[in-house]
Design a protein around this ligand. Structure first.
Ligand code: MG
Length: 374
């Protein structure tokens, strides 16, 4: 995607003397308030046990690093890829996917729903207030399109509000890459954090995921006396490298076979072209299954998560039912916008810690969880 083919910004702006349009978008995202809040949102592991775990901000930086490498190796626009990676999780509510599922469920009772990609678009279009001449960040079309389309397709009949985003066409390769890069980043990082949390059984992992097991055996043969932690890191680095390299090679090969040379041809191609080869996709799937079976469902993760999500739910009902329970600007908004929408936006914008503090302020901690916050 070359910037001279960009469909531009909603509100036209003069060019910057020395930054490209996509570089400006990247910089606007980094300076956004919602971006800073990622620091206090859980990725998988809460900070209850260690400060070394990833949070959604450090996860985002890791995704960005891989996106830059992959997009550069493929000769794509790495500034666009970087902007898309930096913004890809900006719409996440507190408590990760569990928080998203709960908000969605709560909103369904009102005939609506919640989805972090759609929420991200509203953040960059409406909720960020930094500029005199427009609300939102006034990002280029391609970055807004990528926010919507980086992980899935939306059909125009169910999402009429997204009609401008060329829903019958594929997004540029820079955007197609993001979902894969995200997965490569979290599959490997979650193993690393699981090892830090001492939840990881290396023998079980090696047996379940030969891509890891073979890498670990190679490292073990070369450095039999090395510390287990370093052998693990080296093997994990090999896995990340194998996944990223395969993404680069497979995407390049598919683009070659499809003989697409321009962003328009990529858009019009019937399938997305970015992806992993079949054998590596199978290994990646096994890695994901391992994480679901042994890590994401471990009480170490689920206890904190279930407690937090129940706090979110109680706050939602409180804000919904009680006038003047939200800050004045939100209460003001609720005079013209359905109250459940305002409540959902208010909660979705909270960091984990802010939500838990709101919970403490509004509800006395029940006896069985009174020691939970330390
Ligand atoms: Mg992510």
């Amino acid at each position: 995607m070359r910037e001279e083919f960009s469909r531009g910004r909603r509100y036209p702006e003069p060019r910057h003397p020395y930054r490209s349009e996509f570089a400006r978008d990247r910089d606007r995202i980094i300076h956004a308030r919602a971006f800073r809040r990622l620091e206090a949102k859980t990725q998988v592991f809460t900070t209850r046990y260690s400060d070394h775990f990833r949070n959604r901000l450090t996860h985002t930086l890791e995704v960005t690093q891989i996106a830059r490498t992959v997009s550069t190796a493929l000769g794509l626009n790495s500034e666009l890829a970087e902007a898309l990676a930096l913004v890809h999780d900006i719409g996440h509510p507190p408590f990760g996917h569990a928080g998203e599922r709960k908000l969605d469920q709560l909103m369904r009772a009102h005939g609506a729903g919640f989805n972090h990609n759609l929420h991200a678009l509203r953040i960059v279009e409406q909720f960020e207030h930094r500029y005199l001449e427009f609300t939102g960040l006034n990002l280029t079309f391609e970055v807004r399109e990528g926010i919507i389309k980086h992980s899935r397709d939306y059909d125009a009949s169910s999402f009429p509000q997204l009609a401008e985003y060329l829903l019958d066409l594929r997004p540029p390769l820079e955007s197609q890459l993001i979902d894969w890069v995200d997965e490569i980043a979290y599959n490997t990082a979650d193993l690393d954090d699981a090892r830090e949390a001492e939840l990881l059984d290396l023998g079980l992992l090696s047996a379940a995921v030969p891509l890891f097991g073979d890498a670990y055996d190679r490292v073990n043969r070369a450095y039999p006396a090395a510390k287990k932690k370093l052998k693990f890191s080296e093997a994990l680095k090999n896995v990340l490298n194998a996944l990223a390299s395969d993404l680069i090679e497979t995407t390049a090969a598919r683009a070659g076979e499809a003989s697409v040379a321009t962003v328009d041809e990529i858009r019009r191609h019937p399938q997305r072209l970015a992806g992993l080869s079949e054998p590596i996709a199978a290994q990646n799937a096994r890695l994901k299954q391992f994480l679901v079976k042994h890590i994401y469902t471990h009480p170490f993760i689920t206890e904190d998560r279930d407690h937090s999500v129940s706090c979110l739910e109680r706050l939602f009902h409180l804000f919904l039912g009680k006038r003047d329970s939200m800050p004045p600007d939100h209460e003001q908004q609720a005079l013209t916008v359905p109250r459940h929408v305002v409540v959902c936006d208010y909660i979705a914008g909270m960091t984990d810690q802010f939500l838990l503090k709101q919970y403490r302020d509004h509800f006395a901690a029940p006896p069985e969880t009174s020691s939970w916050h330390g």
